[in-house]
Design a protein around this ligand. Structure first.
Ligand SMILES: Cc1cc2nc3c(=O)[nH]c(=O)nc-3n(C[C@H](O)[C@H](O)[C@H](O)COP(=O)(O)OP(=O)(O)OC[C@H]3O[C@@H](n4cnc5c(N)ncnc54)[C@H](O)[C@@H]3O)c2cc1C
Length: 459
């Protein structure tokens, strides 16, 4: 279809416009609902809500308790709580008897769809293509486009970016991932795993790179494709599964009660006060707070291996920690398959791996959205071209810009490891709502942790 060139103008100036409807801006949309006089609009490029569909695997659960839903940690009385979702779907009794704090990821997705589908402020099939400051209107001008090519321009006094993060792949794999369709379904990021899992399960050898939660879940899913034998070597099938991790161990994610206090407003306050270099060092050092694997998933992998080796059957699996992939190329001859050159980082020795497919479970990172370009000169970027962000998640702009630009999940460098975590989602959204409204719409706790992170006032 030919894109339309004329731009439709929405007449109203909105108080708040959210770009992106992932869990974080959906949380803000839910908290804004019913706030008297607040005109809010949220836009997302997708045709409807979906939460990481490439990793919605059977048996996977949320890594945080269900209380970290879209609203409860800031407003448990909201009709958009997970408990109210259960009531509306007549699932309260089954949920009660299941006694589970960590709900299926599939149900979290369904719950978010339920909220997004009922909030009149949420609009899908609306890709934001431009964000500029309109001096005359003293408002942000936001242009968005539908898949059919219709463009709309809308004004908003405040804008909240909730555009999520983008998949990251190690440098050696980049040419294979971007080099045309020849490697499609054979070299992929874990974000696309579910689309290709049936094809992958039919191969003889799959290599998974990355020892985070996604990598572990992909390994577990592939392992489960190997039939359990009878202890006499029978039952061969499913792919050989190789797991490569740069970290020195397949380490569990920190989940102790006191350790989790790093996911509190108290820790964010402390972290923001540290010098930049120290903050960066801490984010690297604290990888186990947000990059490890849940103990349950590690245990499940062990259980699968145990089952499959009954009677002395050799495991069709290899687990390699402390290994970095330094080169990757297709095997010569055009018959398919790849050669990976790996470096064992502690022994400083190289070895080679041949495999039929590669799943890069190597995480995500925040990127600067292209639609921000018209505003770029008005943003006070830090020395590394990142946003400067205040305690209310407001980005520092040129002083004459009276409107606020806020971010969610782009503040790892300023606010620390809780940025991508769902635990603080509702609290952060409420902080932004209070700032945009210029008053306390939702009261937030002064103190949330038992730990004193800085120097104590009195000893
Ligand atoms: C598989 C997986 C499982 C996770 N599980 C957990 C967990 O259990 N617990 C936890 O604490 N954290 C978890 N996380 C981390 C994190 O909380 C989630 O990634 C969360 O989805 C981040 O939400 P978000 O709103 O920032 O972004 P996203 O969910 O990525 O949503 C961003 C949205 O912005 C839209 N968008 C982008 N650009 C535009 C544009 N130009 N115009 C319009 N729309 C746009 C996209 O279409 C998308 O819908 C998980 C992450 C992954 C990948």
């Amino acid at each position: 279809m030919t894109p339309q060139t004329d731009v439709h103008e929405l007449p109203r100036v909105h108080d708040l416009l959210g770009v992106g409807i992932g869990p974080f801006n959906l949380s803000l949309a839910a908290l804004c609902d019913g706030v008297p006089g607040l005109r809010a609009l949220f836009l997302d490029a997708k045709p409807d809500f979906s939460w990481h569909p490439g990793l919605l695997l059977d048996g996977t659960t949320l890594q945080v308790p269900f209380l970290a839903d879209l609203v409860t940690m800031a407003d448990p009385t909201s009709p958009w709580s997970y408990l109210n979702y259960l009531r509306e779907h007549d699932r309260m009794f089954p949920f009660f008897f299941s006694e589970r704090f960590h709900i299926p990821r599939r149900e979290y997705d369904h719950y978010c769809r339920w909220v997004a589908g009922r909030l009149s402020s949420c609009r899908f099939d609306a890709r934001v293509t431009e964000l500029a400051w309109d001096e005359g209107a003293e408002a942000f001008a936001v242009t968005y486009r539908s898949a059919a090519g219709a463009s709309t321009r809308v004004l908003a006094r405040h804008v909240v970016l909730g555009v999520g993060t983008q998949p990251v792949v190690p440098e050696p794999l980049l040419p294979l991932l971007t080099g045309g369709s020849g490697h499609r379904g054979r070299v992929l990021h874990s974000a696309d795993y579910r689309t290709h899992r049936v094809e992958l399960a039919a191969l003889d050898d799959v290599t998974v790179i990355g020892a985070g939660q996604s990598g572990a879940e992909v390994v577990l899913d592939l392992l489960r494709q190997q039939p359990v034998g009878d202890g006499a070597g029978a039952g061969v099938g499913g792919p050989y599964v190789r797991w490569l991790a740069r970290t020195p161990a397949f380490a569990p994610m920190e989940y102790s009660k006191i350790g989790l206090e790093h996911f509190t407003p108290d820790y964010i306050r402390y972290f923001r006060g540290l010098p930049e270099r120290r903050r960066e060092q801490l984010v690297r050092e604290q990888w186990q707070l947000y990059k490890g694997v849940s103990e349950e998933t590690l245990a499940a992998i062990h259980d699968e291996l145990y089952e499959r080796t009954v009677g002395g059957t050799e495991p069709r699996t290899a687990l390699h920690p402390g290994v970095a992939v330094v080169e990757a190329e297709p095997l010569p001859g055009g018959g398919g398959g790849y050669r990976l050159t790996c470096l064992h980082t502690e022994r400083d020795e190289r070895f080679e791996v041949r495999t039929s497919a590669i799943v890069s479970a190597t995480g995500y990172a925040a990127v600067r959205p292209a639609f921000l370009e018209p505003l770029s000169k008005l943003v006070d970027w830090d020395g590394k071209s990142r946003y400067r962000i205040d305690a209310d998640y407001r980005v520092t702009l040129a002083p004459h810009v009276s409107g606020g630009l806020y971010v969610q999940n782009a503040e790892l460098h300023t606010h620390g490891v809780s940025a991508p975590d769902l635990t603080l989602g509702a609290w952060r959204a409420a902080t932004i709502l209070n700032a945009v409204a210029g008053r306390t719409v939702l009261r937030l706790p002064e103190r949330a942790a038992w730990t004193t992170f800085g120097v104590p006032d009195t000893l």
